[in-house]
Design a protein around this ligand. Structure first.
Ligand SMILES: Nc1ncnc2c1ncn2[C@@H]1O[C@H](COP(=O)(O)OP(=O)(O)OP(=O)(O)O)[C@@H](O)[C@H]1O
Length: 282
């Protein structure tokens, strides 16, 4: 599935005082691939996302994103400009506008584009035909993602009153309404039941295949990661310890050791063996 680079991370290092959260990390995420970043708690995964999306300025490193406007260096940009280049993200702790409706959340996500069409003027907002056209398109796009995520019947609900699994879907729908070429998802399956997780897997595969979006995925659900990822980067204590296909990564002794402490296969719980694909599993 791999093609040209969507994102090229070179020598990314992020220090917090004496703590090195990410240590000289190099990897490439290809366009139209699902690239997972996995690793035990505290390995540095969210810090990588925060560096990519302008929340943190890396201590060292070059982050080249090949987006809508050609290659740009993310480490030189502020967090407001990065979404305009075509990067969207969701958060480990859901961040929706809880008191706005589901539909409103999807319209607000398109605020940047609507403001550009208004010419940043009140006259533009009130009268310009091109603003009204953009507004109609924004509603159409919102409806598309409502349908695609099965949230259509909940369009008028307050986002905060949705069940947890649907809030996760709304976060993805909202991110897709910004029409990104790179979608960064921080633990999208956290708190989902098995059926919701299966739906999420299919949604992410469809986003990759039908909308030609590269996906960067942080996830602790190894079953999901192994099923849908084209490429996996494994971190431990901020360092990359493995980088390859699911088959290459799951049987890598360094990965098993990072997750389980010791590579004694007999002592691995059966479900962990199954997820990692260690021989002799049921
Ligand atoms: N703003 C910060 N200030 C100080 N330390 C931080 C900050 N952000 C993260 N860290 C530390 O950096 C390390 C990596 O954290 P990070 O959240 O990136 O890990 P993670 O792999 O995403 O973990 P988890 O799977 O638990 O979410 C941790 O030791 C964390 O305490």
């Amino acid at each position: 599935m791999s093609s040209a680079a969507a994102l090229d991370v070179q020598h990314l290092t992020m220090r917090f005082g004496g703590l090195v959260a990410v240590n000289d990390l190099n990897f490439v995420a290809a366009q139209r691939d699902i690239t997972a970043i996995i690793g035990p708690n505290g390995a540095g995964k969210t810090t990588v996302f925060n560096c990519l999306t302008g929340f943190y300025r890396p201590t060292v490193g070059q982050l080249t994103f090949h987006g809508k406007n050609g290659p740009v260096l993310l480490e030189q940009m502020d967090g407001f400009r990065i979404p305009r280049e075509g990067i969207a993200r969701t958060f480990q702790n859901i961040r929706l506008f809880a008191n706005m409706s589901v539909l409103e959340n999807l319209i607000v996500a398109q605020h940047n584009r609507l403001m550009v069409e208004s010419g940043f003027s009140v006259l533009g907002l009130l009268g310009a035909a091109r603003y009204r056209k953009a507004e109609r398109e924004a509603v159409e796009l919102a409806k598309f993602w409502l349908d695609r995520t099965g949230l259509g019947p909940r369009a008028d609900w307050n986002a905060g009153s949705l069940p947890y699994g649907e809030q996760r879907k709304l976060e993805i729908a909202r991110a897709m309404c910004t029409q990104p070429t790179l979608l960064c998802l921080d633990e999208p399956a956290a708190g989902l039941n098995p059926r919701e997780t299966a739906d999420l897997s299919q949604l992410l595969l469809d986003i990759r295949d039908e909308h030609k979006v590269a996906i960067l995925l942080i996830e602790h659900d190894m079953g999901l990661v192994m099923r849908i990822s084209d490429h996996i980067v494994v971190l431990d204590y901020g360092r990359k310890i493995a980088d390859g296909t699911p088959d290459e990564v799951r049987s890598d002794p360094a990965v098993i050791k990072a997750y389980l402490g010791e590579p004694e296969e007999e002592e691995l719980p059966p479900e962990v063996k199954a997820d990692l694909g260690v021989e002799g599993t049921a």
